[in-house]
Design a protein around this ligand. Structure first.
Ligand code: 8YV
Length: 336
């Protein structure tokens, strides 16, 4: 089937991107760049969507059905980022608007951040840094700032996609025993390579692991997957790391469990109501609060920009989109 193409699409970018990406986009398309780096409000998003062929949003733009309804000529939402939970992909699909994302290029950097948190929380690294800066390091002592050994512990990964697998590879190098829970069991060759134990029941996995790392997308079925009841299944010396989406954890329940000492600590890069953070987490010494920096490297952000441009070029040239995102239940064969 011949795909629709458009030779010089009007592209609107909602946030500032790396300067070399902005320059190249400006060369390739009729591009409107964002003058400041403020997230667009719903009225601005609607105005943008009504006046372009391609919208390039980020995680900070809520593109719901109401915003999509404002589209007139919009053909493509080329998301700058892998997660698309901020976009109503089904509403876009119904209108024949394509959605693409930027998977793969941020996998290793996000896994590095997850691993950094897996090491830093049990070893109280950030807490120690704060103490030193606050003048509370009075010298070494045999019992000062004891944490927990990482080697030999059980790591449970929720979401064994690209990032989960990259975390598992790193975890082996640190002597962790890898377990995972996923909607679907990973193919045998992946399980073998990662030496990972599959748990079809999340509850059962939570009772046995020492560290939980979350790498699954935010969907209706993963919303508050880690809730009060599940937190109670975890041991008081266990840790939680989240580099996927805040909505996967009931943040109030997590703050409550941590405040009561029912968990050993947490390393969070994402929050339920970003950029707000539950106030009870703020003063807890055993929690690292990273500001959504999983893919925040020059390299990832450049490669994410490259992917966005390649997806827009697919529209221009009438090729199949390399990173097309479909709504749940749709299949590629029926989708074009
Ligand atoms: C991105 C992310 O920075 O790609 C993702 O899904 O969570 C982040 O690392 C962000 O989404 C950019 O839109």
């Amino acid at each position: 089937m011949v795909k629709p193409s458009i030779s010089n699409p009007r592209v609107i970018v909602t946030r500032r991107l790396p300067s070399e990406i902005e320059a190249r986009m400006d060369d390739l398309f009729t591009t409107t760049l964002r003058a400041d780096d403020k997230p667009m409000n719903p009225a601005e998003l609607k105005a943008a969507i009504a006046s372009c062929d391609v919208l390039v949003p980020t995680v900070t733009d809520v593109i719901d059905a109401d915003v999509i309804a404002a589209a007139t000529d919009l053909k493509l939402i080329a998301n700058f980022g892998a997660g698309t939970d901020h976009i109503d992909v089904a509403a876009a699909h119904k209108r024949g608007i394509m959605v693409t994302n930027t998977p793969g290029v941020l996998t290793e950097d996000t896994a590095d951040l997850a691993m950094a948190l897996i090491l830093a929380v049990p070893r109280r690294l950030v807490e120690g840094d704060r103490r030193t800066r606050n003048g509370n390091f009075d010298g070494w002592s045999p019992t000062f700032m004891l944490g927990h050994r990482v080697r030999g512990k059980k790591l449970g990964i929720i979401g064994m996609g690209r990032i989960g697998q990259a975390v598992a590879r790193r975890a082996h190098a640190f002597g962790l025993d890898v377990h995972y829970h996923n909607r679907r069991r990973a193919p045998a060759f992946i399980e073998e390579e990662l030496n990972a134990t599959y748990w079809p029941e999340l509850d059962a996995m939570l009772t046995t692991i020492d560290i939980l790392s979350i790498s699954c997308p935010s969907t209706p079925s993963t919303h508050h997957m880690i809730n009060e009841a599940r937190l109670k299944l975890m041991s008081e010396n266990s840790y939680i790391v989240n580099t996927s989406r805040g909505e996967v954890i009931d943040e109030a329940a997590l703050a409550n469990a941590l405040s009561k000492g029912e968990l050993g600590g947490a390393g969070l890069d994402v929050y339920e109501n970003e950029p707000e953070v539950h106030p009870d987490l703020m003063d807890l010494p055993n929690v690292i609060l990273a500001p959504h920096i999983g893919s925040a490297t020059h390299e990832s952000r450049r490669e994410m920009g490259e992917k966005v441009m390649i997806n827009i070029r697919a529209l221009v040239d009438g090729h199949a989109y390399p990173d097309r995102v479909l709504p749940p239940g749709a299949s590629f064969s029926k989708a074009s």
